[in-house]
Design a protein around this ligand. Structure first.
Ligand SMILES: *[C@@H]1O[C@H](CO)[C@@H](O)[C@H](O)[C@H]1NC(C)=O
Ligand SMILES: *[C@@H]1O[C@H](CO)[C@@H](O)[C@H](O)[C@H]1NC(C)=O
Ligand SMILES: *[C@@H]1O[C@H](CO)[C@@H](O)[C@H](O)[C@H]1NC(C)=O
Ligand SMILES: *[C@@H]1O[C@H](CO)[C@@H](O)[C@H](O)[C@H]1NC(C)=O
Ligand SMILES: *[C@@H]1O[C@H](CO)[C@@H](O)[C@H](O)[C@H]1NC(C)=O
Ligand SMILES: *[C@@H]1O[C@H](CO)[C@@H](O)[C@H](O)[C@H]1NC(C)=O
Ligand SMILES: *[C@@H]1O[C@H](CO)[C@@H](O)[C@H](O)[C@H]1NC(C)=O
Ligand SMILES: *[C@@H]1O[C@H](CO)[C@@H](O)[C@H](O)[C@H]1NC(C)=O
Ligand SMILES: *[C@@H]1O[C@H](CO)[C@@H](O)[C@H](O)[C@H]1NC(C)=O
Ligand SMILES: *[C@@H]1O[C@H](CO)[C@@H](O)[C@H](O)[C@H]1NC(C)=O
Ligand SMILES: *[C@@H]1O[C@H](CO)[C@@H](O)[C@H](O)[C@H]1NC(C)=O
Ligand SMILES: *[C@@H]1O[C@H](CO)[C@@H](O)[C@H](O)[C@H]1NC(C)=O
Length: 603
């Protein structure tokens, strides 16, 4: 038989658009020509995007394939292929667009949350296929919405968390799903509204003042702050002013602050309740009226010379009756001078200082601003030449108030001027002076004191030169005959007079010689030396400069005198002579053959 598969077509034109949720019916028709009338099987194959979707076999020349409900994921390119009696024919492509997405479903983990917790939401779009972008929207009571976006590649749902904020009471949420693919992008309708209610663990605190609205200094202030607890939570409640905590309690629902009002209590009070991450505050302004103004201390003068009269007057604007006292500083607490509004003294230098006055009415004490008083003393009373250091002179004023200008003169010659700010003395060095000379120095001093424009002090000073270069010698040098004399000479090259010279023998405590003389050398004779006087000697010199110089050691030997040497020589000669005579006598006896020979054992 003959068979031709002629036309095969979908019932629709090339692009087919359908709304999401509607159904699509695809009909595949084959036009068959055959030579005889007989029944024949047709295999219909439906493809979407080149992958097999459905196949069916029929004797009919058409078949239908239904997609219901149509979802976005069903968008694509469809075709159908018919096989009959080993012949195949393909239809043209049909593009199907499913428009829109179905509505997502939003659920909240809890329908009621406590402040400080978070709201967990899940948005689901059951019949559609990922990937999706989910958009969560929080609609606040103040109409300001907050959004969170989440991309989901594999699942058809997503979860997010929204923190609960202060003042959140009833929260409304919605979600929207979006899909993007090669066929285009679609956005769903918003989900239906999900409502979450917020439970307050405690109410906003209430801050009240028990005292009347207009408080005056000296009145009592009672501030109470309370909150209402939903359950007995361990809350902390406190009252603060300018970041300073005035009182606080824990585990109670109220706190109080009580005090006697002063102007310092003026201001903004805040009550704060805290529980974990939740904190709520309330503020209140308190105005305290002044009972009386701060006192004013008025001095007659602030800078004055000693012995002048100084008056201090303490008063309050509006002159109400008050108890006054006048206090001087330092020390920190002050010294009470007088419990009266007026105070008059004849000023002394030690009255220099800071003064304040205090006024007391109804137990409220107020202090004036401090007033600085300076009493200037006479600039100079004494002059201290410092003799320890040869060229250093110190000029000092006992009670002078700095700054003081000091000027030093040698004779009529000005040496130096020094201004001191935080001392009462000046130190001068006179480098030009001649040592060992008597000079008249004069020191002048002046300060702001008007009585003594220039105080001066004169003094004659000898500049002392310390002893230097000591040398020690003797005559005769080194050796002295027993019984002979020795002359010691001790000399210094330099040194102011008088000079104290001392001569010592080594290892002996008491000096052999001591003299204070108006010369730079001393000669001392020691008579009739014996062997005991042999040894080492030295000398020392010192003067008012308090420097002691010690000489080299000098060795003294005591030797025999010349007459003693002669005596010894004579004695030796006599002995030799006797021996010679004895010898000669022996020899004579032997020659004569005399037996008397034995008398001389020495022969
Ligand atoms: C399909 O078959 C029916 C009878 O079964 C016939 O009436 C109709 O003309 C055929 N259509 C085509 C296009 O061959
Ligand atoms: C059509 O489906 C049947 C069973 O449903 C299957 O055996 C056959 O292989 C399919 N044809 C094609 C071409 O896939
Ligand atoms: C306090 O308020 C009362 C009533 O408003 C008023 O009569 C009184 O003068 C006020 N006192 C002060 C000190 O402001
Ligand atoms: C602070 O609070 C405690 C307890 O409420 C109270 O006894 C105390 O007087 C308060 N202190 C002040 C300064 O108000
Ligand atoms: C008081 O202080 C609070 C917190 O510091 C502030 O929010 C408020 O505006 C202040 N009120 C006044 C009247 O200054
Ligand atoms: C101040 O008075 C004291 C005591 O009467 C007196 O010694 C001193 O010299 C006076 N000072 C002046 C600068 O007059
Ligand atoms: C205190 O001194 C002031 C100013 O010197 C004077 O006006 C006032 O009368 C004095 N008061 C008394 C109580 O002396
Ligand atoms: C101040 O000095 C005077 C003497 O000049 C003395 O009588 C008085 O006690 C001193 N005052 C103080 C506070 O040291
Ligand atoms: C004294 O005053 C001078 C100049 O004002 C300053 O440089 C110095 O540090 C001060 N010395 C002391 C001990 O205060
Ligand atoms: C101290 O000397 C300086 C500079 O020479 C001068 O300006 C000042 O007036 C002098 N002060 C006094 C109190 O004499
Ligand atoms: C210092 O010595 C000179 C000369 O000897 C004498 O005229 C003068 O008065 C002396 N000065 C003092 C302050 O002693
Ligand atoms: C010098 O001798 C005198 C008199 O003995 C004594 O007063 C003085 O302190 C001595 N000086 C020195 C510097 O040793």
């Amino acid at each position: 038989f003959l068979l031709f598969l002629f036309l095969i077509s979908f019932l629709f034109s090339s692009i087919f658009k359908v709304k999401n949720g509607m159904s699509i019916e695809l009909t595949c028709i084959v036009d068959v020509s055959k030579s005889a009338s007989f029944q024949m099987q047709h295999t219909f194959l439906f493809y979407k995007d080149d992958s097999l979707l459905h196949n069916t076999t029929s004797e009919q020349n058409r078949t239908r394939y239904k997609i219901s409900p149509a979802r976005f994921a069903d968008s694509g390119i469809y075709k159908c292929i018919v096989e009959a009696n080993r012949k195949t024919k393909s239809s043209n492509d049909l593009e199907v667009r499913v428009e829109g997405l179905c509505q997502p479903k939003l659920t909240a983990l809890k329908g009621e949350v406590t402040e400080g917790e978070v709201v967990t939401l899940r948005c689901e779009i059951p019949e559609e296929k990922p990937p999706f972008i989910f958009l969560f929207i929080k609609i606040s009571s103040n109409q300001q919405s907050q959004e969170k976006r989440k991309q989901e590649l594999k699942a058809n749902f997503a979860s997010v968390e929204f923190p609960v904020e202060e003042r959140d009471r009833i929260l409304r949420f919605q979600c929207i799903a979006q899909v993007n693919s090669v066929v285009g992008s679609e956005t769903s309708e918003p989900s239906s509204m999900t409502i979450v209610t917020v439970v307050e663990p405690f109410s906003h605190p209430k801050l009240t003042s028990k005292s009347p609205w207009n408080i005056t200094e000296g009145d009592r202030i009672d501030i109470v702050c309370t909150t209402i607890l939903a359950r007995p939570y361990e809350i902390e409640i406190l009252i603060q002013k300018d970041r300073r905590i005035l009182n606080s309690t824990q585990g109670q629902n109220s706190v109080t602050y009580s005090a006697t009002a002063t102007v310092e209590h003026n201001g903004n009070y805040t009550c704060k309740v805290e529980l974990g991450r939740v904190s709520k505050t309330t503020s209140m302004n308190i105005v305290v009226a002044e009972l009386f103004a701060k006192p004013i201390l008025t001095p007659s003068l602030t800078d004055l010379d000693e012995n002048k009269s100084l008056s201090l007057w303490c008063h309050i604007n509006g002159s109400p009756k008050a108890n006054f006292s006048i206090v001087k500083r330092p020390p920190e607490n002050g010294i009470l001078l007088k419990t009266s509004s007026n105070f008059t003294i004849q000023a002394q230098v030690n009255d220099t200082g800071s003064y304040v006055c205090r006024a007391e009415i109804k137990g409220i004490i107020k202090e004036s601003n401090p007033v600085q008083i300076t009493v200037y003393g006479e600039s100079i009373r004494r002059f201290f030449p410092d003799l320890r250091e040869t060229l250093l002179l110190r000029c000092q004023s006992m009670f002078g108030t700095p700054p003081i200008n000091y000027t030093l003169f040698r004779g009529n010659r000005l040496i130096d001027t020094i201004t001191v700010y935080n001392n009462t003395y000046a130190e001068f060095r006179d480098r030009q002076t001649k040592l060992n000379s008597l000079r008249e120095y004069r020191c002048e001093a002046s300060n702001r004191h008007s009585y003594a424009n220039k105080s001066s002090y004169k003094m004659n000073i000898t500049v002392i030169a310390p002893v230097r270069n000591i040398s020690f010698g003797s005559l005769p040098h080194g050796e002295v005959e027993d019984g002979g004399d020795i002359n010691f000479l001790c000399v210094v090259s330099e040194g102011s007079l008088p000079i104290n010279f001392t001569i010592f023998k080594q290892n002996e405590q008491t000096p052999l010689f001591y003299e204070s003389i108006m010369e730079t050398r001393v000669l001392w004779q020691k008579k009739s030396l014996t062997k005991q006087d042999a040894g080492k000697y030295f000398c020392e010199a010192s003067n008012r400069a308090m420097v002691t110089e010690r000489s080299n050691l000098l060795t003294v030997k005591v030797i025999l005198a010349s007459w003693q040497k002669g005596f010894i020589a004579l004695f030796v000669l006599v002995v030799i002579a006797i021996a010679a005579f004895g010898f000669w006598w022996c020899w004579r006896k032997k020659e004569k053959g005399n037996n008397e020979y034995l008398l001389f054992s020495g022969c």
